[in-house]
Write a protein that binds this ligand. Structure first.
Ligand code: CA
Length: 226
């Protein structure tokens, strides 16, 4: 297991990294958030442990930037206190779990193991609808054997629509899901992404419907008339 630990308290960082290495894991330490998105692009990490209180950009902003580049890496946030606000903010920003300081080392190690196991299960998932296939681990879509090229945002939206096949997905749900989008994101921006996605996936025998005033629904295309 390869861990990126972002913690500005040098003494704490060193003791955590030592404990992780004693498990046979690889642990890299960064004292700041700014280099994290680039580090994640360069190295294959299994999990990110992110302190919320950092000099420069804080843990939440770091996490936002990580998610914005389309990374689904599991993230455990360390909060300075058992602040509900921090926890809620962290989860809203896309953290998978959090731990309030001070914590027992054994608790951190157990949480990390559980987090990576859950993530592995999710990563192995391949979603299929008609001839359209989405591999969540590789974040690649295919129609039959033909790869479809999707942006990071299109990947997130497609994965969610496929998980909710046959159900209406509200515009607000999509806006909350996509990094860099929020409630203020215009309907036009969402519609533009949907229409691009529709053009790419509908040749796979699926239909991406606009449900007027509500959102979108992905479903198998009706069988062609014989
Ligand atoms: Ca700190």
């Amino acid at each position: 297991m390869h861990i990126l630990l972002v913690e500005d308290d040098a003494q704490l960082a060193e003791s955590l990294a030592t404990a992780m290495r004693a498990q046979g894991w690889r642990a890299d330490v960064s004292a700041r958030g700014e280099p994290v998105p680039a580090s994640l692009r360069q190295d294959a990490y299994d999990v990110l442990v992110l302190d919320i209180g950092l000099p420069g950009i804080d843990g939440l902003e770091t996490l936002r930037r990580v998610r914005e580049q389309g990374s689904f890496l599991p993230v455990l946030m360390l909060t300075a206190r058992d602040g509900v606000d921090d926890r809620v903010l962290g989860l809203e920003h896309g953290a998978d779990d959090y731990l309030a300081k001070p914590f027992a080392l054994s608790e951190l190690l157990a949480r990390l193991r559980a987090l990576v196991r859950r993530h592995e299960l999710r990563r192995s998932e391949t979603l299929v609808l008609a001839a359209l296939r989405y591999d969540a681990a590789a974040r690649r879509a295919h129609i039959g054997e033909q790869p479809i090229h999707l942006s990071a945002r299109e990947c997130i939206v497609l994965q969610y629509l496929m998980l909710k096949t046959g159900q209406v997905v509200l515009r607000d749900q999509l806006a909350a899901l996509v990094p860099g989008w929020d409630a203020a994101t215009s309907d036009n921006a969402i519609e533009l992404l949907i229409s691009r996605l529709r053009a790419k996936i509908e040749p796979g025998g699926v239909r991406l419907r606009t449900v007027r005033g509500l959102g979108y629904r992905l479903e198998p295309a009706p069988a062609a008339a014989a």
